[in-house]
Design a protein. Sequence first.
Length: 129
Amino acid sequence: MKVAEVMTKDVIWLDADEPISLAAWTMAAEFITGAPVRDHTGKLVGVLSNTDVAREAAPSVNKKVSSLMSTSVVSITEDAPLVDAARLFAERSVHRIVVTDSSGAVVGVVTALDVLRGLHLSGILSATK
């Protein structure tokens, strides 16, 4: 099974220059725990998670997403096997991975839970009993 089969294709983006309060509201309203961040040109520049926001005890109203986001983005191609994504989750200790196509364009996001479901559905997990 490939990453493309379990990823979320409708990517919810945050903008690097938007206030943290708006980003937090967006994530809550969309029931997501993090999202990729783009700059004013649309280029992927980071990822913001609710953990990043929670680390800021009292986020300033004027503080921007760019001040809290992680700029170390973990990505994987959509045609990669799920076991490669599982390995990345284990090695990098992240909760979501940005999915790209062969040209490097963002085409989705995959979470650890997505990968676990896919591995279960593909029978890989049950084969290890």
